[in-house]
Ligand binder design. Structure first.
Ligand SMILES: Cc1cc2nc3c(=O)[nH]c(=O)nc-3n(C[C@H](O)[C@H](O)[C@H](O)COP(=O)(O)OP(=O)(O)OC[C@H]3O[C@@H](n4cnc5c(N)ncnc54)[C@H](O)[C@@H]3O)c2cc1C
Length: 745
């Protein structure tokens, strides 16, 4: 669709359109003067629209289609537009089950390099055209001919290439004979003087040409073909072969896209080139310089012994071809990520999918990409998983597509070839893996620079679970403990310059850290500088890294009152002030904000400020200190009898021990209590009978229902799933939307 839109824009038409997601492609169309809407809506069709063009993936009751019909706007399928453009030129159509995009791209580049200025409309992006289409002044139009829904029957080509014919698109065709009948009609539409170039090794292609009376020539790997290769050598991305045409040696071909299937695509290109009267050396030179199409064995990353390949393969034959090509490299492990495309294909080709992953060491599967199809009962990713397992591949995981990148990053090791396969939206996983890998390469350089400039501790890939009371979470890319204020400032500047996200962590007692960890820098004020305490009269100046329980003990011993009710809160002074930690609504309990006389803070640009206590907005488990790192607090306490204070602490601690869960990993109360409601969270959850409810390793504590505890190696995902479940139940039963008290990062 975007290719056609681009050509129409270049021809001077006014073009608008809509897509479920905006992308680089839609952005490019907009930069050319097109208008692209996100999502489908009748209002996207402006008053002056004369024709509405739709693709095969648009459902019949699409709101824009309905609007066009209502307004009696002409509605046509994209293939009819392509047909109109195509049939007015000398059309070169490339069709077949596999290899269309690469072959169309190779031919297009060859025509461009031969100064024939072709018009081009391709299904994938070609690097040399910076896109998937272009309008040319020359007589030829090269296009991919879509056999999937017989729409290629709108085309009347001068030359046609048939790469191969297999059982595919079974949402449209019923049998292989149906498919072949459609191809027969396609070649029957050839213009006078035209020719068909077909794959000699493909029995179906040969079969449909049996009764064809026009000109045809074949390409293949055996000597039966009109053109075939000898002395094929494959090393990495490079393939070389000698080319024999009608028993004559034409010369040597070098191809910089790997795989035997691409040798066939190159041979088809040579036949078209020869048919157009081009010189063999010019053809070979164009093939040599071909840079490949996007998502066709596209190398996305290669460093530190890890390669990442992204490919559009979604049919078992294509997958086999890609995995065969991987053998050009001597990697230790082949890690494959696959997203099936369409329920119908998954259903009809399930057995084939089961067999096509041979040689894979680790297979990561994700849910089927529907491509506008409705789900089919009993058809899911599990079907493929079971079939693959039955074929002897043991290491398989089914992973949510949004979690794939993190999953891969955790398992990757030197010597891995990571291959992302699929025609749906799995490219996003490849993008994310690539970004994370690049980030880590960058990290290594950055870390040495950071280590040189920082005085305090700098650690890489620091596991965060041990730094939290929940004992949950992956690693932080960088962990720093600044030595002093100047060091903290330097570190913040460094993070800012390199656009590294920063998070300040105290004792980690109010945190739930993602299983994938934190992709950035965690700053912990753990050095002695941030743990100093000075007492003058009734004022205590204490560093933000100092432990709150220790401070409470110290103040009681120094006969200073004000913090006793906070006993048993396991945070740092910084974390407690940020959270305004404290007790329940009962007035005998204090929140720490009430005794904060002033704060010394640093903003994220390194500027130090002093804030008066009354200028800080403290609320229930919150403050407005979001833009600051708390460095030191001055607490205003009151003289009292030491023994009374110690007794008070003991009593508060006894209540806490009785009510709260202090002997299991948790982050304290998971939800904030709703204001002005007769029940606390704990009471509501308890009354719903949810105590003891488990999801994975996470459990609602049988002792205190507002505590989720890490019962058995819980993951962040387990805790979040359980929290969501509680929220849903409470909303359904009490109409109260619960808010998390625990910070999730
Ligand atoms: C068993 C148990 C019981 C608990 N009981 C209570 C309770 O009774 N009352 C209560 O209020 N809480 C309670 N908590 C929760 C928790 O202990 C408090 O919220 C505590 O104040 C968090 O401090 P921390 O240092 O662990 O902060 P973290 O958990 O490390 O961080 C919490 C937040 O503070 C920010 N932060 C930390 N340090 C700084 C800093 N120097 N500058 C700026 N921001 C910073 C972090 O970025 C984060 O947003 C309990 C937790 C547990 C595990």
């Amino acid at each position: 669709m975007s290719g056609i839109a681009r050509v129409l824009l270049e021809m001077g038409y006014k073009v608008s359109g809509s897509d479920t997601e905006l992308s680089d492609i839609t952005k490019r169309l907009e930069s050319m003067g097109g208008r692209v809407f996100k999502g489908h809506s009748p209002s996207n069709i402006s008053k002056d629209v004369e024709v509405l063009v739709y693709s095969s993936s648009i459902v019949k009751d699409n709101p824009e289609l309905e609007e066009a019909r209502r307004r009696k706007i002409r509605v046509i399928h994209r293939a009819e537009v392509l047909g109109e453009l195509f049939n007015n030129k000398k059309g070169i159509a490339v069709t077949g089950t596999h290899g269309k995009t690469t072959t169309t791209s190779l031919i297009s580049v060859m025509l461009k390099n031969s100064n024939m200025d072709p018009t081009v409309i391709i299904g994938g992006e070609v690097r040399q055209f910076k896109g998937n289409a272009k309008l040319g002044n020359g007589p030829y139009l090269v296009a991919e001919a879509d056999e999937s829904d017989s729409s290629f029957l709108h085309l009347r080509p001068l030359y046609a290439v048939i790469t191969n014919i297999e059982m595919e698109h079974l949402d449209h065709y019923k049998t292989l004979d149906d498919i072949k009948a459609s191809y027969r009609s396609f070649v029957g539409n050839l213009k006078d003087g035209g020719a068909v170039f077909y794959n000699q090794g493909d029995a179906n292609a040969k079969d449909i040409l049996k009764d064809f009376h026009g000109d045809s020539e074949s390409f293949g790997l055996s000597q039966d073909a009109d053109i075939y290769p000898i002395a094929v050598k494959m090393v990495g991305f490079s393939t070389t072969f000698k080319c024999i045409y009608k028993n004559k040696l034409l010369g040597k071909v070098t191809l910089n896209i790997p795989g035997m299937h691409n040798v066939l695509n190159a041979l088809a290109t040579i036949l078209i080139g020869l048919g157009l009267g081009l010189d063999f050396n010019a053809i070979a030179s164009s093939i040599k310089n071909f840079e490949g199409a996007r998502r066709r064995f596209q190398l996305r990353y290669s460093s530190g012994g890890i390669m990442l390949i992204d490919d559009y393969a979604h049919h078992p034959t294509e997958i086999r071809a890609v995995l065969d090509t991987c053998k050009n490299w001597k990697n230790k492990r082949l890690v494959v990520i696959f997203q099936p495309h369409r329920y119908t294909r998954t259903k009809f080709l399930a057995d084939d999918f089961g067999r096509c992953f041979e040689g894979v060491n680790k297979l990561i599967l994700t849910d089927i990409y529907a491509a506008s199809e409705k789900p089919i009962k009993g058809v899911s990713i599990k079907n493929i998983c079971d079939k693959v397992k039955a074929n002897g591949i043991a290491d398989i995981a089914i992973v949510d597509k949004n979690d794939i990148a993190e999953y891969v990053i955790r398992l990757k090791r030197r010597g891995d070839m990571i291959v992302v396969l699929g025609a749906g939206d799995i490219k996003k996983a490849a993008d994310d893996i690539c970004e994370k890998l690049e980030r880590r390469t960058l990290d290594k350089k950055l870390i040495s620079e950071l280590k040189r400039s920082a005085k305090g501790q700098v650690r890489v890939e620091e596991p965060i679970a041990p730094h939290t009371s929940f004992r949950i979470g992956g690693a932080s890319s960088i962990w720093v403990e600044p030595a002093d204020i100047a060091d903290l400032k330097r570190i913040l500047m460094f993070a800012r310059t390199h656009k590294i996200p920063v998070f300040v962590i105290g004792n980690g007692t109010n945190l739930l850290v993602s299983d994938s960890g934190f992709n950035g820098m965690m700053i912990h004020l753990g050095s002695p500088f941030f743990k100093s305490v000075r007492i003058k009269g009734e004022t205590v100046r204490v560093g933000a890294g100092f432990s709150l329980p220790k401070l409470i003990k110290l103040c009681c011993d120094k006969a200073l009152s004000g913090l006793e009710s906070l006993v048993g809160i396991p945070g740092t002074v910084g974390g407690a002030i940020y959270m305004n930690a404290g007790g329940s609504a009962n007035p005998i309990y204090k929140n720490i904000g009430e005794v904060a006389a002033s704060l010394k803070v640093m903003d994220y640009s390194g500027k130090i400020k002093r804030l008066k206590g009354e200028d800080v907005k403290f609320g229930y488990r919150r403050s407005n200190l979001g833009g600051y790192i708390i460095l030191e607090a001055a607490l205003k306490l009151k003289k009292h009898h030491k023994d009374v204070l110690n007794l008070s602490c003991t009593q508060f601690m006894a209540i806490k021990r009785e009510k709260q869960v202090l002997d299991m990993p948790s982050a304290g109360c998971i939800f904030k209590n709703p204001s002005n409601f007769q029940f606390t969270c704990g009471q509501m959850i308890d009354m719903l009978g949810l105590k003891g409810k488990r999801m994975g390793g996470a459990e609602i504590s049988p002792k205190h229902a507002n505590f989720i505890v890490n019962k058995d190696n819980a993951t962040c995902k387990d805790v979040l799933a359980l929290a969501e479940f509680i929220k849903k139940k409470v909303k359904e039963n009490y109409n109260i939307p619960l808010e998390m008290e625990v910070k999730v990062i």
